[in-house]
Design a protein around this ligand. Structure first.
Ligand SMILES: [Zn+2]
Ligand SMILES: [Zn+2]
Length: 472
């Protein structure tokens, strides 16, 4: 099965689906509310109930998380399991009943690993889970599966044709993991032996099932190989528990991988599970603004600009001071050419943006100039701030237009000297008009004789004089 992505963000895996709208949504478009976890999100378009897809599209592929399987088997539960196997191999008397009990517990434990991993859990089950009444049943069923495999192999050997024997052998090795997965999840021998049920597991994974088999085969060989490497000159009494320990450890790694493969292909297998790595919700206020932003974006991409404006303006009534909401609202009105609304929103937005991000204020001002050629903010501090940003961006004429006649427009403004010094720098550095800059500096001296900035005025005058001397 191919992965589905958010209809509006092609890089994001789909986690929700609306059947009537025929749209997939990712976590990007459907933020969750951490304060109300039981809240079921609705479709951003039709407000209908969304169907949850779990981690079917977002689960990391099993072949990309191999180290995590090895780490998984280093948790207390698996380590105790491997340790118990090692101790048993050393001290357990060779009484059939004891060994049957041990194998039952081992089978049950490994099955629980598959089961928990298939739910996307990163935590290994505790060893205690293997000690319940059902463990002997699990062992018998697993024994039944192995028994049927043996019988098939024995029948194939009867034909005395090596190609046939090896084909059956390879086929069994390939089918066995899917059968074990079925057995661990469904706990029924019928399912584990049913070609349809086992085939469904293989079909869900497609050719990637072969990768799983390859990994499992390598892991299966690893304990004996490692023991062989370690085992030179070691006495049997040491080698045996080491081998048992390695088998326990690698067994858990294999089962964690099989279980995770089920988790990854849950969609194709008909499961819906979120797993431990599922997206977390946001605190109420953050959730509200993210929801508004996401839904407005969806509406814009659907060509429903008016609805997007509606969503953002109602969000702004709740959070009038949110910069991101204001910025989106401004951009949207500007792009939609809603001239009146856009200009009406500007005074508040410019004041907010000047406080927290003057670059955004400068962008909005340039937009406003497109809507109204002589637009000027009605606050001298905002004019000065935006002018500073625009001069830095070498938008000198636009910047200077904000400062023109500032002392007449705002006679009470206490920072007139600072604003005109900025303008003088703009004329000198941005336009190379030393004369105009000099006139402004003279004006500052005359109108603001007490200004603490006169030192800087003088410094700039010296620069201008030097420029004039070099130029002549
Ligand atoms: Zn999205
Ligand atoms: Zn819908």
């Amino acid at each position: 099965m191919d992965k589905q992505h958010c209809h509006y963000h092609q890089a994001q895996p789909a986690t929700w689906h609306c059947a009537p709208c025929e749209r997939h949504f990712g976590d990007c478009c459907v933020p969750l509310n951490a304060d109300v976890p039981e809240y079921a999100p609705s479709c951003p378009l039709c407000r209908g109930q969304l169907r949850y897809l779990g981690a079917a599209n977002s689960a990391e592929p099993f072949w990309e998380r191999l180290p995590k399987f090895f780490a998984y088997a280093l948790q207390p539960g698996p380590l105790m399991f491997a340790g118990a196997l090692a101790l048993a191999s050393l001290f357990m008397p060779s009484v059939l009943v004891f060994w049957l009990a041990l194998l039952s517990i081992a089978t049950k434990y490994l099955h629980s690993v598959i089961e928990q991993a298939s739910l996307g859990s990163n935590d290994a089950p505790s060893l205690a889970e293997a000690f319940d009444g059902s463990s002997f049943g699990a062992f018998l069923r697993q024994l039944g599966v192995f028994g049927v495999a043996m019988v098939l192999l024995w029948l194939a050997a009867d034909f005395e044709s090596p190609p046939l024997f090896w084909s059956v052998n390879v086929a069994l090795v390939l089918v066995l993991p899917a059968s074990i997965i079925r057995l661990a999840l469904d706990k029924s021998l019928g399912a584990a032996l049913s070609p349809a049920e086992v085939g469904q597991v293989i079909a869900a994974m497609g050719w990637r099932y072969l990768i799983l088999c390859l990994f499992l085969f390598i892991l299966w060989q690893s304990p004996s190989y490692l023991a062989w490497l370690l085992g030179f000159g070691l006495p049997r009494v040491v080698l045996l528990p080491v081998l048992a320990l390695l088998f326990g450890y690698f067994g858990v790694v294999m089962c964690a991988m099989m279980g995770y493969a089920v988790f990854q292909y849950q969609g194709a297998l008909g499961y819906v599970v979120a797993g431990d790595d599922a997206a977390q919700g946001f605190p109420e206020a953050e959730w509200r603004r993210r929801k508004a932003l996401a839904e407005a974006e969806v509406r814009v991409k659907e060509g429903q600009g008016g609805a997007a404006v509606e969503i953002l303006s109602s969000a702004l009534r709740q959070d009038p001071e949110d910069l991101r909401l204001n910025e989106r609202y401004h951009q949207l009105l500007y792009v939609l050419n809603e001239r009146g609304d856009c200009l009406a929103h500007l005074p508040g937005y410019l004041a907010l943006a000047c406080r927290s991000n003057p670059q955004l204020a400068a962008n909005a001002f340039l937009n406003a100039r497109q809507l109204q050629a002589d637009f000027l903010p009605d606050d001298p501090l905002i004019c000065e701030r935006i002018a500073g940003v625009l001069l830095d961006r070498h938008k000198t004429r636009e910047g200077l237009s904000l400062l023109r006649n500032l002392h007449q427009r705002f006679p009470q403004y206490p920072h007139g000297a600072r604003a005109y010094l900025l303008a003088a720098r703009g004329f000198a550095e941005g336009l190379g008009q030393a004369d105009a800059a000099g006139k402004l500096l003279a004006f500052i001296r005359q109108r603001y004789p007490e200004s603490p900035l006169l030192g800087e005025v003088e410094a700039l005058e010296r620069v201008l004089a030097r420029m004039a001397a070099q130029g002549s």
